[in-house]
Write a protein that binds this ligand. Structure first.
Ligand code: MLC
Ligand code: AMP
Length: 510
């Protein structure tokens, strides 16, 4: 039974030479595979010493560091459930997640301990520990007293490994429950499909520049490297110049489209700089064909675009191996082995090749459901067990999927999801506001950004910059609309529904 623990699969892939470098940071710190093994054992022993019940959640709102990676792996190792939280989340957002998930342990940055511990203890959390990005904090202090010997906890494939919160169309975030089996199945498929080279085959080096609060950086990137015994060059944040300086030592890079747009703006991006690279992966948001072509022309590399979600991990991918087909820009490739993807019409009927409809999926990485939301879970699955992604697309005659839009009211900005309903809720609660609409409009850097259109109550005087300032004080910064307009009325159709398409046309870039 132990083998169902994702950590065991990752640990089994460590190279024979445990003293080889597993992770190198931008500041030159080196962690061997033995360091990862020992440190995850110590943190897992600490977590076990707390005698938490099975299925206890370990919530972490910490800066990216190798120690935060260790915390994630140790949570898996201890058979507990990891709950990563974006460091951009502010107190109202954190209060919601903590009340909803009821974590037994919250790990936060030392500078947030005051307000987070208050929230957490009020919500019934038993332990609040700290972890700084410079190896400080009570988590490591306490783990230092623990043994380096630890047997990974036996779990079933169906046991939870992580909960990833995704915002909801009604404004209430939903926790997607992912199991050890979901994550392991996806990691194994991608290892083969993307041609990862084991150390015996010459090895790969992943340049890791994404945040590790979400599926792309946490699962796709980290699992990809670890299940292959590949070294990671670990950047605390994305900085195009640092990425360029490290690319000559790397073979694989993963990014959201904004990262590629920003790298293309660097004069130092040349084919010579990428001489050791074999694979550039893009996903989490649509990549413009212009970016895909510009990258090809400038670097000689064809970006591999793939598609996934928090609820499903990776679903489709353009081919890596030429014998599997070409990488078609503007498409997200074909369903990965084991994934069944269909495009359905309004009556749930399967549509013919080329027809546009709702994308539904089934496969081993599709999640178990939303945390404590059985009705929502039931709503999002069809009677025959397919998950309704909320994405709209078509499949071409070669089986490649193109995402053409979303049926969910969602903005994807720089790879982060922003649900207009949530932002509108905050604006509507401001004094003097009658109603508001938040829409996504094209943006050269972030792909899409939010714009708020606000209607005041009779007699109220509203200042757009004051609305944005209030939002900044309350919400994660990436959710704050980039522009705000105060208008007399919102356009509505005959049914009384706000016509967001008209707003997008009017307030988008001219
Ligand atoms: C930062 N800002 C954003 C933003 N990121 N605004 C909108 N959208 C974003 N994504 C805000 C900042 O707070 C700042 O506001 C202003 O915009 C400019 O910030 P910046 O300095 O340019 O931002 P930076 O710190 O460089 O971050 C940009 C970024 C980051 C692109 C590097 O957003 C990022 O790492 N994105 C990746 C997200 C990701 O990993 N997604 C995967 C989800 S998983 P101000 O007011 O302070 O000036 C998923 C499933 C799948 O979707 O398929 O993978
Ligand atoms: P999240 O909820 O953060 O996991 O975001 C998942 C959503 O990101 C999907 O439902 C898609 O709308 C979008 N997405 C992910 N990858 C791609 C891609 N390659 N192209 C277009 N949209 C994507």
């Amino acid at each position: 039974m132990t083998s169902a623990n994702l950590f065991v699969a990752l640990r089994n892939a460590f190279p024979a030479d445990l003293d080889a470098c597993a992770v190198e940071t931008e500041t030159g710190l080196l962690y061997s595979w033995r360091d990862l093994d020992d440190a995850t054992a110590m943190v897992a022993n600490l977590l076990e010493s707390l005698q938490l019940p099975a299925g206890a959640r370990i919530a972490a709102q910490v800066e990216k560091s190798v120690e935060s990676l260790i915390l994630y792996l140790a949570t898996l190792r201890a058979g507990l459930v990891y709950l990563p939280l974006n460091t951009a989340y502010q107190s109202a957002e954190m209060a919601y997640f903590i009340q909803d998930a009821e974590p037994a342990v919250v790990v936060c940055s030392p500078d947030r301990f005051g307000w987070i511990s208050k929230l957490a203890f009020t919500a019934g959390t038993q332990y609040v520990l700290t972890l700084g990005d410079d190896r400080t904090g009570s988590l490591l202090q306490r783990a230092a007293q623990c043994s380096r010997q630890h047997t990974p906890v036996a779990v079933h494939a169906d046991d939870l490994a992580a909960i990833i919160y995704t915002s909801g169309t009604t404004g209430r975030s939903k926790g997607a429950m992912l199991t050890h089996g979901n994550l392991l199945a996806n990691a194994q498929v991608l290892k083969t499909y993307w041609g990862w080279r084991t150390p015996e085959q010459g090895g790969d080096v992943l340049l890791h520049a994404l945040p590790i609060f979400h599926v792309h950086g946490l699962f796709v990137a980290i699992h990809g490297a670890l299940i292959n015994g590949s070294k990671m060059i670990w950047l605390s944040k994305f900085d195009p110049q640092v990425v360029l300086s490290k690319l000559p030592q790397a073979t694989v890079f993963m990014g959201v489209p904004t990262l590629y747009v920003r790298l293309l703006a660097e004069p130092g991006l040349t084919p010579a700089q990428l001489c050791s690279m074999r694979l550039f992966v893009s996903g989490s948001a649509p990549m413009l064909l212009d970016t895909f072509i510009a990258w090809q022309e400038r670097t000689g590399h064809t970006i591999l675009e793939r598609y996934g979600m928090s609820e499903t991990v990776m679903l489709t991918s353009n081919p890596y191996h030429p014998h599997d087909g070409e990488r078609k820009g503007g498409t997200v490739g074909r369903p990965l082995p084991g994934v069944t993807l269909r495009v359905c019409g309004a009556q749930s009927q399967d549509l013919a090749t080329g027809e546009v409809g709702d994308i539904q999926v089934q496969g081993p990485s599709v999640f178990k459901g939303y945390w404590r939301m059985p009705e929502k879970t039931a709503e999002e699955f069809t009677a025959d067990g397919f998950f309704k992604t909320g994405d709209v697309g078509r499949i071409d005659s070669d089986g490649y999927v193109t995402i053409v839009g979303r049926s969910k009211d969602l903005i994807i900005s720089g790879g982060y999801n922003v649900y207009p309903a949530e932002v509108e809720g905050y604006i509507n609660a401001m004094p003097g506001v009658a109603e508001s609409a938040v829409v996504g409009v094209p943006d050269t850097d972030f792909g899409e950004v939010g714009v708020a259109i606000v209607v005041g109550k009779p007699g109220a005087t509203l200042a757009p910059h004051a609305i944005l300032l209030q939002l900044k004080a309350t919400l994660a910064n990436f959710k704050v609309p980039k522009r705000c307009f105060v208008v007399g009325a919102l356009p509505r159709n005959a049914m009384g529904k706000v016509q967001k398409a008209l707003l997008r046309a009017e307030y988008g870039p001219r």
